[in-house]
Structure formats: structure tokens, C-alpha cells
Design a protein around this ligand. Structure first.
Ligand SMILES: [Zn+2]
Length: 382
């Protein structure tokens, strides 16, 4: 920690110089320091999207969400417990850009008879599209420091996301609980609600409304470079959907502006403690939910009881039934052995199904890590 005076209000305070930008705790001015010359440069384009929630409201929101996801909403209060609620105001570089993509590739002919006139079973197609984004890049070095914040982009297209940046507007407008249930917010209210970007304020500590403000570690140039890479990869994936064999896909990016914005996020952990028989078979793992602190949208979530767990529980229950029937067969009547055999078969099938589902999940995960490896990416598109 080093003592520096603020270039705006002149008050001195302690600063961590390894951070890229420093924030004055008195007047909220953001500035960079050149360690060699001592020169201080004020960063004017620093904003914050105010956090609109407190921990109790977030807890209620998670229960509303759980009720929506649960087949029996009446039991939610009894069976679920929120174990941890923590919020952060996290810095993001927001790069406003327009991307123009031109693509060329081959499409397989539908009718074989047409191919008789041509030696190739493929036809050449070209096209282009243009899109605008406010692309968000985390200004934290460790993008994995909070659960699943590393993959917030959920594109409308069926493409596999292998990047950590995300478009601000579509991300901070999804997953709203009231919008889906129609409980509180009417359609008109929702349409009247401004995009998060429009409610940003010039950065001041007070707008985090109690959330810790995380430091700015990543340089603007790096953020710009990463945003370009992400949009390139995204547009490559979109364009590839048009053709069977891509030949040439080229994106040109026009950067309109770069701003720094602190965004509010909440991380909630909960456990599921079923009140029925399930409780003996279900381990109460911590499950995670990520909520944005502007309008309370659920951005990422884990459900307590997945299909695979249910199959596994079924396997255990059937195994116990088989053992009991087998015991009855020994002490009572031979026919119980047939019942035992039946339960044993069901149990074995369930174990097999649960195991194969697990394997599929692992395969999907390894495919994802392959996709984020540039060398593997080249291999799949080349
Ligand atoms: Zn100051």
C-alpha cells in the first residue's frame, strides 16, 4: 500500500499500486498513476450501474425463483435453506462496437438429380450481416473468482460459447422472475424499464449501496483486444451455421467507445433438505445462483434435484427392495425370489442410466474446454 494524493480533491489515502486504476475513497475520482514520473491521469469514462437490492431482498427473490422451479411451491420454504448471500460491484470494460461479417462457403445440394448437371455436389453461397454490441470484458485478472461469472453469454443461436465476454444489454435483461410469472410487473412496466446501460451514473462509491467495490486490474488495451477476439469467434460461429463447409469468414469491427462500468452481481448459495423419504438418499450439496443487482435477473443457476439424482435414488430404493424381497424368499416363500430379481433388474438399469448420464456430462465438459483452446478451434473449423 502506498500513500498518494487524489488529483481531484487532493486528499491523501492508501492505494494498492498493482491495480491499473485507482479510486479515491473521498471523491470517487478514478485515476491512473505513472510510477516512473508520478503523473496522474483522471479516467473520466468511469460509470456504475447502481445496485438496487439488499441481502434480504435477494433471499426473497431466490425463494420466489425456487417456487417457480419447484413442482410443489408450498414446500419450498420448508425444504430449502439459503446458506450464503454475497454481493459485489465488479468492474467491466464496456466496448461499444459494430461488427460487419462477410462469409463464403459451400452448401450441399438437396437433390441428387440436380447434381447430374454439375460435377460438384456443393453450391457456393455468400452472405453478410451486421450487428451492434456493448461487449463486456471483466477488468479482474481472475475471471473465475466468482462462481460461473466466466460464462454469462447465452446466445440465441445454437453456438457453443468459448469466451468469457458478453453483450451487456441482452445479458442484463434476461432471467427476470416477475416478468416470467407476471406477479408484480405488468408488460407495460417491463417495456418502460430502461436497459441497465441507460441508468448508469458517473462512478461514486455510494451507488454500490453497500456492495464491496472490486478494484480495476485489467488494462483498457487488453480488454479491447479480448473483445475483438470474442466477437470474431462469435461471428465465426454464427456464419458457420449458414454453410456446410466454410471457406472464408471475415469480420470487420468498428469501435465506437470504451467505458469502464462497475456492475452489481449477487452470488447466492442454498441447500435442499427434502422433508420426505428423499432426504435419506440426497446429499445436501451447496447449489449456486447468480443474480444481477439491477433488475434481479437470474443469470446462472443450479437446480437441487436433477434427473440423474432421481435415477440414482430410484436405483438405491430398488436395491433395498430387492434385498428385502430376497430375505422374504429365504424365510417365507420361494416366489419372493422372483420379486427380488425384478427389483434387482430395475436397480441395475437405473445405476447404468445414472452412470451413462454422468459420462455424457463429462464428455460435454471436455468438449467445452477443447473449444476454448484456440488450437482445437482451428482444427474444428479448418
Ligand atoms: Zn479525491
Amino acid at each position: 500500500m502506498h500513500e498518494l494524493s487524489c488529483p481531484s480533491c487532493n486528499a491523501s489515502a492508501q492505494y494498492e499500486l498493482k491495480n491499473y486504476l485507482l479510486m479515491c475513497p473521498f471523491c470517487s475520482t478514478t485515476f491512473a498513476v505513472d510510477l516512473a514520473t508520478g503523473r496522474k491521469d483522471i479516467q473520466a469514462d468511469h460509470f456504475i450501474i447502481p445496485n438496487a437490492f439488499d441481502a434480504a431482498q435477494i433471499r426473497n427473490l431466490v425463494f420466489r425463483w425456487l417456487k417457480r422451479m419447484h413442482s410443489d411451491p408450498k414446500n419450498v420454504e420448508r425444504e430449502y435453506a439459503v446458506t450464503n448471500v454475497s454481493g459485489y460491484s465488479i468492474p467491466y470494460w464496456i466496448i461499444s462496437l459494430e461488427a460487419h461479417t462477410v462469409w463464403k462457403g459451400l452448401i450441399k445440394r438437396q437433390k441428387i438429380s440436380l447434381a447430374e448437371f454439375s460435377p460438384s455436389p456443393y453450391i457456393l453461397e455468400t452472405g453478410q450481416f451486421r450487428r451492434n454490441y456493448r461487449w463486456a470484458i471483466s477488468a479482474r485478472h481472475n475471471i473465475c473468482e466468482h462462481w460461473e461469472l466466466v460464462q454469462l453469454h447465452e446466445p440465441k443461436e445454437p453456438v457453443r460459447v468459448a469466451w468469457d465476454g458478453f453483450p451487456l444489454d441482452s445479458t442484463l435483461s434476461r432471467g427476470r422472475i416477475d416478468a416470467a410469472t407476471g406477479v408484480k410487473t405488468s408488460k407495460e412496466d417491463l417495456e418502460a424499464e430502461l436497459p441497465a446501460y441507460n441508468v448508469r451514473e458517473y462512478f461514486e462509491f455510494k451507488y454500490s449501496n453497500g456492495l464491496p467495490i472490486l478494484a480495476i486490474e485489467v488494462h483498457e488495451e487488453e480488454a479491447l483486444r479480448r473483445a475483438k477476439q470474442h466477437v470474431d469467434l462469435y461471428h465465426l460461429a454464427i456464419a458457420s451455421m449458414n454453410v456446410d463447409i466454410p471457406i472464408d469468414i471475415c469480420s470487420e469491427l468498428e469501435i465506437a467507445s470504451v467505458q469502464l462500468i462497475h456492475l452489481p452481481f449477487w452470488h447466492v448459495q442454498y441447500i435442499y433438505r427434502p422433508s420426505n423419504l428423499l432426504r435419506f438418499f440426497q446429499k445436501s450439496d451447496q447449489k449456486n445462483v447468480i443474480i444481477e443487482g439491477y433488475s434481479g435477473g437470474v443469470l446462472k443457476s443450479e437446480l437441487a434435484l436433477v434427473q440423474q439424482d432421481k435415477i440414482r435414488i430410484n436405483a438405491i430404493v430398488c436395491l433395498i427392495a430387492a434385498i428385502m424381497a430376497g430375505f422374504c424368499g429365504v424365510v417365507w416363500h420361494f416366489a419372493f425370489f422372483l420379486v427380488a430379481l425384478f427389483f434387482l433388474a430395475v436397480s441395475a438399469t437405473s445405476f447404468y442410466l445414472a452412470a451413462s448420464k454422468n459420462q455424457k456430462k463429462e464428455l460435454a465438459n471436455s468438449a467445452l474446454s477443447m473449444a476454448s483452446d484456440p488450437a482445437a478451434k482451428l482444427g474444428t473449423t479448418g
